[in-house]
Design a protein around this ligand. Sequence first.
Ligand code: ATP
Ligand code: CA
Length: 955
Amino acid sequence: MATKLFQIDQPTLVQLVNEKNLAELQKLGGVNGVVLALRSCADHGIYTNNDDEVARRRESFCSNTSKKPITKGFLYFVKEGFLEHTITILMVCALLSLVLEGLSIDGQVQVQQSGLINGVSTFVTLFVIVAVSAVANYKRQKKFERISNVNNTTQVDVVRCGRMQQILKSKILVGDVICLKIGDKVPAHGLFLRGDPLQLDESSMTGVIGYVEVNHGQNPFLLCGTKVVDGYGRMVVTSVGTNISQETTPLQARLKELTSSICKGGLAVNLLVLVVLVVRYFTGCTKDKNGNLQSRGSDTKFIEILKFAMQIIVHAVTILVAAIPAGLPMAMTLSFVHAMKRMMADKVMVKELSTFEILGYATTICIDKTGTLTMNQMRVAKFWQGKECLLQDGAYYSSMPRNLMELFREGTALNTTGSVPEVSGEITGSPTEQAILSWAVKELKMDMEEVARNSTILHTEPFNSGTKRSGVLTKRNDDDGSVLHVHWKGAAEVILEMCSSYYDSSGTVKDLDDNQKIDFQQIIEGMAASSLRCIAFAHASYARDEDSNGQLKKDGLVLLGLVGIKDLCRPGVKKAVEVCLSAGVNVKMITGDNVFTAKAIASECGILRPDQDMNIGGAQVIEGVEFRNYSPQERMEKLDQISVVAGASPFDKRLMVRSLKKKDGVVVFIGDGTNDAPALQDADIGLSTMQGAEDAKDSSDIVLLHDTFELVVTVLKWGRCVYNNIEKVIQFRLTVNVAALVISFVATVSGEEVAFTTVQSLWVNFIMDTLGALALASDKPTDELLIQKPPPPVDRTESFITNIMWRNILSQGLYQISVFLTLKFGGKSIFGVGVGGMVNDTMMFNTFVLCQVFNIFNSRMLEQKNVFKGALRNRLFMGIIAIIIVVQVVMVEFMNNVSGTKRLGWEQWSFCIGIAAMSWPIGSVVKCIPVPEKLVCNSHGGGLELLEDLVVNAS
Ligand SMILES: Nc1ncnc2c1ncn2[C@@H]1O[C@H](COP(=O)(O)OP(=O)(O)OP(=O)(O)O)[C@@H](O)[C@H]1O
Ligand SMILES: [Ca+2]
C-alpha cells in the first residue's frame, strides 16, 4: 500500500539497476521519468525534508542500513540452521522410520525400543547441532555489528530542498540527489543525473578488473559500493538498504564456487548410492545386519517397501547434509572478524571486512616518504645564502643585510598557508610550513601581523604536489602600487630553474649563469644527500603591467636563499622494511621530494641496499618525469627493478600503483598526504596513518591508529594469517569430506550396512563443518608466515586449493579410507586376535573420528612439520579438541543405544588411537614431497572431477 505514494515500486527499481536494464529504464521514461516518479528533482533533490516525508520514504523503500547486514534474531539462526542442513526433511524421515519400525515388528518389545531410541536420538542430535551452530552464528553477528558500528560514520554530500548538505550514509533516502567526486564510494544504487562521465571501479561488485564509464547514454546505472575513480557528477538514489543485494567479494565468489563443487560431488556420490540400493532391493539381495539374505513375506511387503524407501531417504539426506559446506562462509567471516578485532586492539583499524580477502596476497608495498617513513616533525637545520652555508645561530642572522632580511620576512609571512597566532603562538600549517615559519619567527624575528599590515596580497598560487611550489603576488602599502612583488618558495631544484640571478651573502645581486647554477645544484645535492628537504626562496619586483593580468612572473627571478629541513626517519622503519623484504614483499619508495633526499632516506630505511645501483637514472632510482615518460612496455619491463621514484606527482604515484597491479601483483600503498590520495584509492589496499590528511584517510582501507611504522608488519601478518586460516579450514574439511564420501559409498555399494548410523554421520559432519572451522579459523599469526613468500596472486575466479593443499588432503584422505576399508573387509581376520575379539563397526567409527582429531593438528600447518607449535596457547583450539574427545568417549561408552555403538575395551581404544595417531608421521613424511607451484585444479569442475575420480577408483 505504501508504495502507492510513489509511481514506482521498489522491486522494479532494484531490478532495474542490478540488471542495468536500459530497455526497462526507457519504459519508465528514462532517468527523468524515474526522478519524477520518486518525487524528486535533479536540481533541488527531495522537496521536503520533514520527519513525515522521511518516514514515508523509509516505509516505502527502507533505509540505508544494510551495508551492515540487517540484524537477525536468534530464532532466525535456528530456522536457518534447520534449512541449511536440510534437517527438517531428515527429521520427518526419522519420525516416519520410527513409526514404521514400530509397525513392522510384532510384539518384539526390545527391537521396538531400539527403534524408538534411534528416532529420539536422531532428534536430539539434530537439536544439539542446530542449537550450537545457531548460537555460534548469532554471536558472530553480534560481534560483527559491534565492529561495523565503529566505521558507520561515512558522510555523503546530498542535495535536499535545494540545499547541499552532508548527511550520514545511513540517512540516505530513495530519491535523494547525491554529489559524487573522485574517491567516493557510491553509497546506494542509483542513476546518473548529470556531470562529467564517471569512471567507476566495479571490481568489488563484479570481480571484473577495470573501469566502467557511467554516463547519460548507454550506462546511467550506479551500483552501490563501487568506487569513483574519475569524474564528478550527481546521481539519484533508487534503492537503499535491504533492497541491495549483498556485495560479494572475490574470495566469497571463489568460496561459492568451491561450495557448489563440493555439493555437486556429494550429490553425485549420493545418487550413485541410491541407484545401487534401489537396484539391489529389486533384484532381491538385501542383506540384514548379520549379512543373511532377507526373506520377504508377502503380508509385510507393503510396509517393507515403505520402510525401505524411508531408509533410502534417510541415507540420501544424511549424505546431503555432509555435502553442504555450510561451515566455510562461517569460517571466513569468523576469521575476518577475529582478525579485525585483534587488529583493532593493536591499534589498526580495518574499515571493511572484505579488505582481508586480498591482504594476504600482498606482493608489493609502495611507501610515501615524508610523513610515512619520516616523522613529519620538521626543523630548519641549514640555511644557505648565496654560496655561504650558515648553521643556525642567532648572531649570524642579526648581521644579515637589511634588504634581504625584509625580503625573507615577506617571503615567509605572505607566501604561506600557515599562521602564527599572536596569542597562543602555536604555529599552524603543514609540517613544512610550520618548520619555515618557526625558523622565520625565531631567527629572522619575523612578525607575521606586521608584514601582513604592510603589504596587500593581489594573487596567490597555492602549493600543490604537481608544481611543487607556491607563489604570491603583492604590492606594498607604502608606495603607489606601481611596483609588484612576487615571492616564490618550493622545491629547490624547481625554484632554481626559475632564477636568473641570486643574492650573495653580502646582499648584492649576482648573475646566475649555467656554471653558477651547477654550483647551486651541488649545494642542493649536498644538503639532500644528508637527507635534508631543500626549499628555495625567490623574489622579483617589477612595474605593474596591464597585460600581465594578475599572472605571477615565473622567470628571471632572484634567488634569495635555501633552507635545509631535517625530518628524521621513524624508529623501527628499517626493521619493518627488512621484515617485509624477507617475507617476499617488494618495497618501493615513491615520493614528491628531491631525488637525493629520497636516496638518502631510502638507504637509511633499508629500501636501497649498498649492493644496489644507486645512480640516479639507473635501474633503481629514477625521477617521476622519467617514469611518466616511459612507454607502457618499457615501464612494465623496468618496474621490478625500480626501488625509488623521486619528484613524483600524485599521478605518478597512481601510475606506479596501476602498473604494478597490471603486473598481476597485489599492491599496498602507504601514504599520509593529499598527494597520496589517488594512489591510495587505486591500490588494492590503501593504508594511511591517523595523523594523515583527511582525504588520504578517506581513500584508504586501513588506518593505523598509532604512530608506529611497525604496525605495517602487523597488518601484513594478519592478512596472511587470515588467508592461511581459511586454507586450513578448507583443507581439513575436504579431507573429512573426501574420506567420508568414499567410505559411505564403498560401504553401501559393497552390500553391507551403511558405514555410519545417522547419529554418527551427523557427529562426523558436525566435527567437519562446525568444530573444525571454529578450531582452525581463529589461529593467531605466527612469525613463520612472514618467512614464506606471499601466495601467488591467482586469478580471482580460480580456486585457492593449492597443490600443497591437495597433497595434504589426498594423503590423509587416502590413509583414512584405506584404514577403514582394511578394518571393514580385512579387519576380522587380520586384526582379530590382537585386539581382543574383533574389529567391530564401533571401532571403525571410533578410529575415523580419532583420525580427524589427529588430523586437525596436521591441518594447522600446511607446510611445516611441527604441527603443535602454538597449539597449546590457542585455548579455543585445545578446548574444541577436548570437546570432541569427551563427546566421542561418551558416545562410545555411555550412549550405545543412541549412537548405535558398542562399548570398547582398553585394548580396542589403544588400537584405535594407535591407528589414528599414524596420521601424524604420515603428515610429516608427506610434507617432504615437493609439489609444483602451478595450480593444476581449479574449482571449475577440477575439485569435482577429482572427487569423482576418487570415487571411481575406490570402487
Ligand atoms: N608548503 C610548501 N611550500 C613550498 N614547497 C613545498 C611545500 N611543501 C613541500 N614543498 C616542496 O615540494 C616538494 C614536493 O612536495 P610533496 O608534497 O609532493 O611531497 P613530499 O611531502 O616531499 O614527499 P612525500 O610524497 O614523500 O610525502 C617537497 O619536496 C618540498 O621541496
Ligand atoms: Ca607524505
